[in-house]
Design a protein around this ligand. Structure first.
Ligand SMILES: Nc1ncnc2c1ncn2[C@@H]1O[C@H](COP(=O)(O)OP(=O)(O)OP(=O)(O)O)[C@@H](O)[C@H]1O
Length: 277
């Protein structure tokens, strides 16, 4: 992708790290002139080994992007860089035009609107579906303070809305511990949604799911795109085909190819290093 001068993030308008109070609202994110997420020339080395090698990646507002790549291609490292878990050795990572993610810590990055769903669900098993969502809404309170806090009508509406989105509206009072694997994954996506993220990073969402659960997850992620940008890292190619508009193939820490699933599968470089394995 070629950047026009106006579309490049303005380094002059960087948000300094100490302005945490201003970073609570996802509304700060300015995407009028460009992507919601902008990674350019990002490199990460572990003991001299380049896990990311001048990686450049641009995610548009509201798009659903699938990232694929063989083991060790750099997918997890890429997500770690976006979410502040790993600091790159070099490169630029912006959220919208103004927010330099490399100046923020993990909590601040979550607060400005980048949510991450790890592969393994981490719901509170002893609490109900509803309580898990309630808890996810309030990032600063303790568990008990959150649960004893009286919900406003608006908050209740938000929980009901998310329950419907994740398909658990019939079972809000079921303990999370007895949900199926798929339901736990949806609940965790719901917990992320309670924070109103602008960007959602989702790691292998359908691993271990039944085919019915996989189908339901595809519908859920597709329905989230538009109002959120959704980045899905996934190995299941049939699933990727079922949801993807644009697929990015990572290889040895940089982008090998990008395009529709048909373009990717016909790309000789991709066939050689990944699909042809
Ligand atoms: N903390 C670390 N220390 C040393 N090497 C690391 C570390 N994290 C990742 N690597 C190496 O960097 C490379 C990229 O790893 P990464 O986990 O990003 O790949 P991946 O595409 O997510 O792979 P997978 O599909 O297996 O999860 C791998 O060779 C990995 O061994």
């Amino acid at each position: 992708m070629i950047w026009s001068t106006s579309a490049k993030p303005a380094t002059k308008g960087r948000v300094p790290v100490n302005m945490t109070s201003d970073l609570d609202s996802p509304l700060l994110v300015d995407t009028v002139h460009g992507p919601v997420l902008y990674l350019e020339d990002v490199s990460v080395s572990f003991d001299g080994f380049k896990a990311l090698n001048n990686l450049s990646l641009y995610i548009n507002d509201g798009e659903l992007r699938c990232i694929i790549g063989a083991n060790g291609a750099g997918k997890t490292t890429m997500m770690d860089v976006i979410t502040g878990k790993t600091r790159p050795d070099s490169g630029t990572v912006f959220f919208g035009q103004r927010i330099d993610l490399l100046t923020l810590n993990e909590q601040q990055i979550a607060n400005v609107g980048i949510g991450r769903k790890f592969q393994k669900p981490t719901v509170f098993e002893a609490l109900t579906v509803f309580e898990n969502l309630e808890l996810a809404m309030s990032s600063n309170k303790s568990v008990w303070a959150s649960l004893l806090h009286k919900l406003s009508g608006e908050q209740r509406d938000q929980i009901e809305e998310v329950l419907a989105l994740i398909g658990l509206q019939e079972i809000p009072h079921r303990l999370a511990g007895i949900l199926s694997h798929g339901q736990k994954q949806w609940l965790e996506i719901g917990m992320l949604l309670m924070q109103n993220p602008r960007v959602l990073l989702v790691d292998e969402p359908v691993a271990g799911m039944t085919s019915q659960e996989t189908e339901r997850t595809a519908e859920l992620l597709v329905s989230l795109a538009g109002t959120h940008s959704v980045i899905v890292v996934e190995h299941d190619m049939a699933f990727v085909r079922s949801i993807a508009r644009t697929v990015t193939v990572l290889h040895q820490g940089s982008v090998l190819a990008e395009g529709s699933m048909d373009e990717i599968q016909a790309n000789p470089k991709v066939i050689e290093v990944y699909l042809g394995e």
